[in-house]
Design a protein around this ligand. Structure first.
Ligand SMILES: NC(=O)c1ccc[n+]([C@@H]2O[C@H](COP(=O)([O-])OP(=O)(O)OC[C@H]3O[C@@H](n4cnc5c(N)ncnc54)[C@H](O)[C@@H]3O)[C@@H](O)[C@H]2O)c1
Length: 332
């Protein structure tokens, strides 16, 4: 499907900006809507001046501003809702905002989709499963959240869980809704500051000769998904009319993640050995420090992507080694 009018909330963020590039490349008209709380217009530099692309700064909870955005776009056929407060440090430090933006942003954009009868694609998260006891993570598993008096980590995961509840309710009411759960996406625009995410934080420490911190000994595992693979998942889940078997995709919740599982300690060692094999990089590698880390951090986060493959034909293509090399070559 091409030539659609598409609103991308969170469009100036890490995943949103790459998604906008793909959507424009495929001949759609796109409006990226973002408060710039964490994203940046510089992420959209390749699209600046493109006749089918617009950027608008605005808060996803501001319905009047959202209406203005739709007016600028000349209507809307698909809403990709990616705006959210992401970044683990925020979940603990700004739980109120995380909950407010994630839940109210989703409710307001769902209402917008209903008003325009637009297809709605939610960026959820494996964190919607909380401290998932059962792995791999798949639909039907329990969603497990600890007592909120202990820590506020799940301001993010629990609000993503409620976002999914609202989406399933809207789907039951007849809206075409699809849920995408990306697993630890990484790539060149990922933030590497203290509010950023692990792969970029490690590279940032190497580039600035800082210190690498391993939380809780680095024994937790993750499955890292290359940005282009993740974007392909959003495209297939959002733009395919029906499932490959002809059934409706409305109400589907698809895990989009690599199935190569690695501990954070092994990730750090893999990145260090890759950088030390780079003859053009002469600097010392950073010190590694073991720190207590954040409460509520999941021990494993491994996706079962069989539904993404069966429904929309999605499979990850880029190995962790290939992705890390590509990211390093862009950053250094
Ligand atoms: N990156 C990942 O590995 C990952 C994993 C699971 C889920 N997700 C989800 O995918 C989506 C995109 O994530 P990302 O990694 O690109 O994060 P990101 O922080 O780079 O992008 C989110 C964007 O939302 C914007 N935003 C925040 N509050 C807003 C508000 N009130 N109004 C309008 N815009 C606002 C930010 O400025 C940012 O540009 C998010 O919903 C995130 O929860 C990401």
């Amino acid at each position: 499907m091409a030539g659609l009018k598409i609103l991308v909330t969170g469009g100036a963020g890490f995943i949103g900006s790459s998604l906008c590039e793909r959507l424009i490349g495929e001949g759609n008209s796109v409006l990226a809507y973002d408060s710039l709380f964490r994203g940046s217009e510089s992420n959209l530099f390749t699209l600046q001046g493109h006749p089918n692309f617009q950027f608008m700064q605005g808060d996803v909870r501001d319905v009047d501003r959202l209406d203005e955005a739709i007016e600028h776009l000349g209507g809307v056929e698909v809403i990709y809702h990616l705006a959210a407060v992401n970044g683990t440090k925020w979940f603990h430090e700004a739980a109120h905002s995380v909950i407010d933006v994630n839940i109210n942003g989703t409710l307001r954009t769902l209402e917008l989709a209903m008003a325009h009868d637009a297809r709605y694609v939610l960026a959820s998260s494996p964190e919607a499963f909380g401290e998932a006891l059962r792995q791999p993570i798949q639909n039907g598993n329990e969603m497990t959240f600890t007592d909120p008096s202990l820590h506020q980590r799940h301001s993010y995961g629990a609000s993503k869980y409620l976002d999914e509840v609202a989406c399933q309710h809207a789907a039951r009411d007849g809206l075409d809704v699809r849920v995408v759960r990306p697993f630890n996406v990484y790539g060149p625009r990922l933030l590497g500051d203290e509010y950023g995410q692990v792969v970029a934080i490690f590279f940032q420490a190497i580039l600035s000769n800082g210190t690498v911190q391993l939380h809780n000994g680095g024994n937790q595992t993750r499955s890292f998904t290359w940005i282009d693979d993740a974007v392909e998942g959003f495209i297939l889940a959002g733009l395919q009319e029906n499932s490959l078997n002809g059934a409706s995709l409305s109400g589907c919740a698809l895990n989009i993640g690599a199935t190569e599982e690695i501990t954070i300690r092994d990730l750090q060692e893999t990145i260090f050995s890759m950088v030390s094999n780079d003859a053009s990089w002469k600097n010392e590698l950073p010190e590694v420090e073991i720190v207590e880390g954040y409460h509520g951090d999941a021990i494993r986060r491994l996706p079962d992507c069989s539904q993404a493959e069966a429904f929309v034909g999605w499979k990850p293509k880029v190995s962790l080694e290939q992705g890390l090399l590509q990211m390093w070559s862009t950053l250094r």
